[in-house]
Design a protein around this ligand. Structure first.
Ligand SMILES: Nc1ncnc2c1ncn2[C@@H]1O[C@H](COP(=O)(O)OP(=O)(O)OP(=O)(O)O)[C@@H](O)[C@H]1O
Ligand SMILES: [Mg+2]
Length: 441
């Protein structure tokens, strides 16, 4: 929020060089004069576009200048074509401002705006065109201002703040004894998991979980849904907790494009569950000041800014699915609602086929397999577990290396945790009766 408006103001106050000012005056006439008496908020002596402009979706010269300055020189012709200009008209804009790309873009945008009928929501229309030429960042920023619904803008800020508190304070821990409430901070214990995507011959390992959010179809479109499958204890829940934690503390560049990240436990959901009900139940305080309708209105208007993490489809309360009874959560999953929202859903392999059906997740979706720890990750995890006892850590790593079976079992984070706990007592593990083999650990 405020990015475009702020930059628009700066665009006139500070950014514009004298040449650019000249360009803008040529193209659109003088920017609106400072008006001390009527409409619009006065900031730094420049008239900020007033609410009227925001609610009707009209774009003023300042905003168009700011947008022009943010469009890459190599992409504006595509945008111009998308906005309906012919090659001859595009050449004309270029000729009018031969060395000034911002001027060319501004001239084009102003001329587009001046042609729009009164009933056109210009912000919405330009945002759509920007999205189609894949400038999603600018499109998102612009569409955020499309929302005439001021309460929903406030709601999203409030909701994000509450959830960030929840993910970083409550969710920022990893269970260290499954049967006790013993926990360590996720920032200390989290160890990278091995994630594979693609089919048999195209399978590849992802560098990091952020790559899941960057997967594309063959045509280069973003894939909005990823199914993460993994055995019990392979780290699916911990991975989702880490994603939510990273978003909350502002780390992870790709993650930060989402204004809202909802991490929902599916064991508390049924097929008819509603998204905002679940957010209120699972993530927000009972006495929250949040307005549920305002939140839903924001999500529907800005699905591109929402990341939904659905953890444990295999644990969903409903066993027999019926499409006509789906609530908004499963409707988002099957693409009937909030298209453009990014959804990651985790499941044990036993429920993968139930999830990937015509009723629920359909192509295009990405399948990511959560494989647990690689040999290197096993070493890293054991060293973190025994951070204050390096000898104990080395002893366990050596012990695991002596057995093929132990090495295989240690790939499961849950089983490796159990090995660490057993080793704590008397530095022994149960005999495996399997001959030692060379390991990659
Ligand atoms: N990446 C990780 N780094 C550190 N510890 C981890 C990691 N992943 C999992 N663990 C440990 O393993 C335990 C089990 O993992 P988790 O609950 O995430 O598995 P899961 O795949 O969700 O299993 P389930 O299918 O039963 O839901 C966690 O409580 C945690 O202690
Ligand atoms: Mg789990």
């Amino acid at each position: 929020m405020g990015g475009l408006i702020g930059r628009a103001i700066l665009g006139l106050q500070q950014i514009m060089t004298p040449l650019e000012q000249q360009t803008q005056e040529q193209a659109v006439g003088r920017p609106e004069q400072q008006d001390q008496t009527t409409g619009g908020e006065q900031i730094l002596g420049v008239r900020r576009p007033d609410n009227q402009d925001q609610t009707t979706g009209k774009l003023d010269d300042m905003t168009l200048h700011s947008i022009s300055a943010q469009i890459h020189a190599g992409e504006w012709r595509k945008l111009a074509t998308r906005l309906g200009f012919s090659p001859a008209e595009i050449s004309h804009f270029e000729a009018n401002h031969s060395t000034d790309v911002v001027g060319q873009i501004l001239d084009m945008l102003v001329s587009w705006r001046n042609k729009q009928a009164d009933n056109v929501d210009q912000r919405e229309a330009l945002s759509k065109a920007l999205r189609e030429v894949r400038n999603t960042h600018l499109a998102d920023e612009l569409s955020e201002h499309c929302s005439s619904d001021v309460p929903s803008q406030d709601a999203v800020k409030h909701c994000a703040k509450e959830m960030k508190w929840f993910y970083s304070k409550r969710g920022g821990f990893v269970k260290m004894k499954p049967w006790l409430r013993d926990k360590k901070h996720i920032a200390v214990m989290y160890t990278k998991l091995k994630l594979l995507t693609g089919e048999e011959f195209t399978e590849r390992e992802l560098e990091s979980y952020e790559d899941i959010l960057l997967l594309q179809t063959r045509e280069g479109d973003p894939i909005p849904i990823a199914v993460l499958s993994g055995l019990a204890g392979s780290g699916k829940t911990t991975l989702f907790d880490k994603i939510a934690y990273d978003w909350a503390v502002g780390s992870g560049q790709v993650l930060q494009k989402y204004k809202l990240v909802f991490l929902l436990k599916m064991f508390a959901l049924e097929q008819g569950s509603d998204l905002t009900d679940a957010v209120f139940d699972q993530l927000l305080a009972e006495d929250t000041k949040m307005e549920q309708n305002a939140l839903w209105s924001y999500i529907k208007t800005n699905p591109h800014q929402v990341l939904l993490l659905l953890d444990g489809f295999d644990e969903l309360m409903t066993t027999s699915l019926d499409k006509s009874s789906f609530g908004s959560i499963l409707k988002i999953l099957n693409g009937k609602l909030c298209r453009g929202c990014t959804v990651l859903v985790s499941t044990r392999p036993s429920h993968f086929h139930r999830l990937v059906t015509e009723e629920l997740v359909e192509e295009p979706f990405a399948h990511v397999r959560v494989m647990g720890f690689s040999g290197e990750n096993i070493r890293e995890y054991v060293k973190k577990f025994y951070s204050d006892k390096p000898d104990k850590a080395e002893g366990l790593i050596e012990r695991i290396k002596t057995s093929n079976l132990l090495s295989t079992l240690a790939a499961s984070p849950m089983l490796l945790l159990l090995m660490c706990l057993l080793w704590s007592d008397d530095s022994t593990l149960p005999e495996t009766n399997v001959a030692p083999v060379p390991q990659s650990i």
